[in-house]
Design a protein around this ligand. Structure first.
Ligand SMILES: [Zn+2]
Ligand SMILES: [Zn+2]
Length: 372
């Protein structure tokens, strides 16, 4: 994931800004970039999320102090952290905070409200070629599903869950009186508002069973390491009529024996002999699909880059293809026969010194330095 921007910068406030200034800046920015005003705009959504994250930290004196002291990563032993895991409360709740809505009361009255099912994350390792050219992959995963026997109610066949007697179906109990009323989740029904007197045998009353499932995902050509493909609605079932979660497939691409990849550009390091480098040659360069023939010019230096057009990786969801960049590595032989050595000595005797441009320049500088 990309580096995060400084929270003060995100909200456009000074590091010494007071709580009121932060609140003002946040409200202004959040209203401007609210996703409801920018439907289908991914960048506005990302910005909105960023603004909220910044506000979450800077509006809390403890978190702000931590941030000021330790920066983005938080204190060494954990501390606040955890936005990635869903500390962000979702657009709806922020919308309520911003524009009034039900305010603090909402969390208490919505125990039985429809809730989206959980997402399931599957990690998948695929071959380098599968990412480059696309592939159809089947995989297994575990999913908690509504019990077929009781259809998710948790009650034995022919019976129904009944309204919880302790909380009268609200899912919460109140205790104390006057100023000291406290509200907590009902201990009898666990907050669902219903109890089951005769539990379903298949799911033991939970209404859910865990099953092993097989699914198929199509990896498009050009997929890359770290990408996540989402199969909407294939996650765990929602509660109280809420929608299903998603099935997310996170891709890890195995390294290739020869090639390295950056986006759509493919890199290859290829050794050539020192005679090929000096004399020039026509060489076969391996590509992902086969080989390409390429000319190495006379006098090619170690580290020189050759570009083979269109032999890189196809652009994801596009039609263009990147290039293959070959880094030439000139190999100096380590073991020579007497015959070879003789020939090289003869070669050296035929040399004037003008063949070695860099060496000549270097010697000239040394000479200047020591003449002074
Ligand atoms: Zn059941
Ligand atoms: Zn209850």
């Amino acid at each position: 994931m990309a580096a995060k921007r400084d929270y003060y910068e995100v909200l456009g406030v000074d590091r010494k800004a007071g709580a009121e200034d932060i609140k003002k800046a946040y409200r202004k920015l959040a209203k401007e970039s609210h996703p409801d005003l920018h439907p289908n705009d991914k960048s506005a959504e990302a910005r909105f999320k960023e603004i909220n994250e910044a506000n979450e930290i800077l509006s809390d004196p403890q978190k702000r102090a931590n941030y000021d002291q330790f920066g983005m990563d938080g204190p060494p032993m954990g501390g606040f952290g955890g936005f990635e895991g869903g500390g962000f409360g979702g657009f709806e709740s922020i919308f309520d905070q911003l524009f009034g809505g039900m305010g603090g009361a909402r969390t208490q009255s919505r125990r039985n409200a429809p809730m989206r099912g959980r997402d399931i994350l599957v990690n998948m390792r695929i071959e380098f070629d599968e990412a480059a050219f696309g592939a159809s992959k089947s995989f297994e995963f575990m999913r908690s599903e509504l019990c077929d026997t009781c259809h998710g109610t948790g009650a034995k066949e022919g019976t129904q869950p009944v309204t919880c007697a302790t909380c009268k179906g609200t899912g919460q109990v109140r205790s104390g009186g006057g100023f000291m009323v406290s509200v907590r989740t009902c201990p009898t029904c666990g907050g669902t508002g219903q109890t089951i007197s005769d539990p379903c045998a298949s799911c033991k009353g939970s209404g859910r069973v865990r099953r092993k499932r097989t699914a198929n995902v199509t990896i498009p050509p050009g997929a890359d390491d770290g990408q996540v493909f989402v199969m909407t609605g294939q996650g765990e079932p929602g509660q109280n009529g809420g929608p299903n979660g998603d099935l997310q497939i996170a891709i890890t691409v195995k390294p290739h024996k020869l090639f390295r990849r950056e986006g759509t550009t493919l890199y290859l390091e290829m050794p050539i002999s020192f005679t090929q480098a000096a004399l020039g040659a026509t060489v076969d360069i391996p590509t992902l699909k086969g080989k390409a023939t390429h000319k190495i010019p006379e006098g090619t230096q170690d580290g020189a880059l050759l570009r083979v057009k269109g032999e890189g990786i196809q652009q994801l969801h596009g039609s263009s293809r990147g290039d293959l960049v070959v880094k030439v590595k000139v190999e100096i032989p380590k073991k020579l026969s007497e015959k070879q050595k003789e020939l090289l000595r003869a070669f050296d005797q035929a040399s004037t010194g003008r063949e070695y441009e860099n060496r000549r320049g270097f010697l000239d500088k040394v000479k200047e330095l020591f003449q002074a």
